[in-house]
Write a protein that binds this ligand. Structure first.
Ligand code: CDV
Length: 316
């Protein structure tokens, strides 16, 4: 038995600040068509895939900030994505900035959704590990104001059972960008049995607080996704918004990682490109049932003992 899902890592090149939603959606539609010609069941787009990466600027006017946000999904401009998904019989993962009125107040999240082959949203995730800073820091060459423009997500890391291929269902999880650097992200989904983690990112090559990391940005990108995949026996599909966007170089290096931790497909440019892999979800079992059989080999009591032991010196 095998459960094959053909996945396209639909990397985007830079999006200019002046690009309209219509222009961006047209690019996404063209990547969906391309992926379908290669037999994809599912395409994965990057984080904040509908606009330029706006947290790189300090904006004072709320209406300027809100122009980057979606008030409904699908909305008028994004509806064609859902229509094409239904017409092609292909699912998609999409990152976008979400503005919602919840609990009587306006809230803003860095969000992603998973849409099935019938064009229906079947899962939503709101980014939890928001990087960067909340105040304007003029010493930086560019800002990273996610902590100013977004709230921390309130949906944990959902894992949804969905039939995105022709055969039986798989277990799909979602994460966004900086989440991929944190082992907890994968483990929370691993504990729910996840078989494929979908994630998009915008990663500048230059890290202003730690420029000594710049030369390692692709290495770290691969390191975290490969280890997250292996340690949880899951596929990981990581997709970039790449290239020089409004003067800021962003890494590409979109990859599809097998539960073995091996990279099985990768983008080779910094532009709009689809990297494709036929992913057998049953490959996860080989890891989930042996080395990473959580029921047999995890020792949660011991992890707790170490943290709770009286007198233990814990880092602040
Ligand atoms: N958009 C991001 O979350 N970017 C972070 C950068 C700031 C380090 C990342 O982890 O790629």
């Amino acid at each position: 038995m095998s459960r094959i899902v053909t996945v396209g890592a639909a990397q985007l090149g830079p999006i200019a600040q002046t690009e309209t939603r219509h222009q961006v959606v047209t690019r996404l539609l063209s990547l969906m068509q391309r992926a379908k010609r290669h037999g994809c069941d599912l395409v994965v787009f990057p984080e904040l895939a509908l606009t330029t990466f706006f947290p790189r600027w300090y904006f004072e006017k709320q209406e300027e900030i809100d122009s980057f946000f979606e008030r409904s999904m699908p909305g008028r401009e994004t509806q064609p994505l859902f229509d094409l998904a239904r017409a092609l019989g292909m699912g998609f993962y999409l990152g976008y900035a979400e503005l919602v009125v919840e609990g009587g107040r306006t809230r803003r999240f860095n969000t992603s959704i998973l849409v099935n082959k019938s064009g229906e949203i079947i899962s939503k995730y709101r980014k939890i590990h928001l990087p960067g800073h909340a105040e304007h820091e003029p010493w930086r060459r560019f800002q990273h104001l996610e902590k100013r423009y977004f709230e921390v997500g309130n949906l944990s890391w959902p894992v949804v059972r969905a039939p995105l291929n022709e055969g039986s269902a798989g277990l799909y999880g979602m994460a966004i960008c900086n989440d991929r650097r944190w082992p907890e992200t994968y483990r929370v989904m691993g504990l729910q049995g996840v078989e494929m983690v979908l994630l998009g990112y915008n990663t500048p090559v230059h890290n202003p607080p730690a420029p000594e990391h710049d030369a390692l940005s692709n290495f770290h990108n691969e390191l975290v996704m490969q280890s997250g995949a292996y340690q949880n026996g899951t596929w990981v599909v990581g997709v970039a918004k790449a290239g020089c966007e409004e003067g800021v170089d962003q890494i590409g290096n979109s990859i599809i990682v097998a539960p073995s931790g091996e990279i099985v497909a990768a983008c080779s440019t910094l532009g709009d490109e689809v990297a494709i892999a036929r992913c057998d979800l049953d490959l996860c079992n080989s890891y989930k049932n042996t080395t990473f059989n959580f029921a047999r080999h995890r020792e949660p009591e011991h992890y707790r003992m170490i943290v709770e032991r009286k007198g233990a010196v814990l880092p602040k």
